[in-house]
Write a protein that binds this ligand. Structure first.
Ligand code: OGA
Ligand code: NI
Length: 329
């Protein structure tokens, strides 16, 4: 099974070619326009220092997180408590994942018309038995990393709940059981990066995403109508609000469009953790955020209904959140 799957990977195709194959070329209206992307500066994506989150600085840090969720939908975190060697090892982990049945390429070959310049290994963090057994340390290393990220997410969910004026436990108690997925994205060097994407613009459908990346730029975030290139900062994580958080916050916090572009010279690895409700988890705007001036924007739905719509929607341009809005007369 592995050799057949491996044949389909971009990684095998991408080395030693000097032109992008036709099925990766975007129509002219849908290209990254790399010359128009803004460089990021210190103010583009707020950097939040989590030092003191459970101490005297808590209120101040919560205010910073709240502001970032509301204005940017994205922030970076330092002093996050995940030891550097855990994340460092992981960034180098794409050496031999070919045994996994979840190794794939692009996004969804069944529904897309143009492919993405990306291979990925996708893991469900609660079902270790499906995980690659090779290399032998894979389960231990990656499993430990997943546990630490989960602890970090739970801290962030408390802080975000408080920043919304909700009970500290509100968000984590309103997801059903929790779900956690992880992807290891591998973006090979690309001979014509101006014609294609690693991942085209999208919002994350889940609750909150914690992105670990190497030091090669590639992530871009839409800010005030312009794409801004994120400059990786060593030993930080990027955090972004997903669609489910936008719903729970009743549109106060924003799930923001972002994309990954590729480059000619260097491969890039990114490792997002997608934290989610469980499939039967019922999602709806928090009661405490609904009043006369702020009527509920969304109906309630299960995460299963949502991701079904997300993965099977016909037009990629359809905004999934819109399909769950309460339409006022
Ligand atoms: C994603 C994503 C960005 C990146 O996987 O949803 O947005 O930099 N990745 O790889
Ligand atoms: Ni994303």
């Amino acid at each position: 099974m592995a050799p057949a799957a491996a044949k389909l990977l971009l990684t095998d195709l991408a080395s030693g070619i000097d032109r992008v194959p036709d099925n990766y070329i975007r129509s002219e209206a849908d290209r990254p326009n790399l010359t128009e992307v803004e460089a990021s500066d210190a103010s583009s994506i707020p950097l939040v220092d989590l030092q003191g989150l459970s101490g005297p600085n808590r209120d101040d840090i919560i205010r910073q997180i709240g502001r970032a969720c509301q204005q940017d939908g994205f922030f970076q975190i330092k002093n996050h408590g995940i030891p550097e060697e855990k994340s460092e090892r992981l960034k180098n982990y794409c050496d031999d994942p070919t045994k996994s049945t979840r190794l794939s390429t692009s996004f969804n070959l069944n529904t897309e018309t143009v492919s993405n310049w990306r291979d990925f290994l996708s893991l469900h963090c609660h079902s270790l038995h499906e995980w690659p057994t090779n290399p032998p340390s894979f389960r231990k290393e990656v499993g430990e990393y997943c546990t630490r990220v989960r602890e970090l997410v739970l801290k962030l969910l408390e802080a975000i709940s408080e920043s919304l004026g909700l009970e500290r436990e509100y968000i984590s108690q309103n997801l059903g059981k929790h779900g956690q997925h992880m992807a290891m994205n591998y973006y090979p060097p690309c001979p014509q990066p101006e014609l294609t994407y690693g991942l085209p613009g999208h919002t994350d459908p889940n609750l909150i995403t914690i992105l670990l990346q190497d030091d090669v730029p590639g992530l871009q975030v839409l800010k005030n109508g312009k794409w801004v290139a994120v400059n990786p900062i060593h030993n930080t994580f990027i955090v972004n609000i997903g669609d489910q958080m936008q719903v729970i916050s009743n549109d106060k916090y924003k799930s923001v469009l972002h994309r990954a572009v590729v480059n000619c010279n260097t491969e890039r690895i990114s490792i997002p953790t997608f934290y989610c409700p469980s499939p039967e988890g019922l999602i709806r705007p928090a009661q405490g955020l609904i009043d006369h001036e702020h009527p509920a924007v969304y109906k309630s739905f299960t995460w299963e209904e949502y991701y079904h719509k997300f993965y099977y929607r016909v037009l990629r341009t359809e905004c999934c959140l819109d399909m769950f809005k309460i339409h006022s007369a």
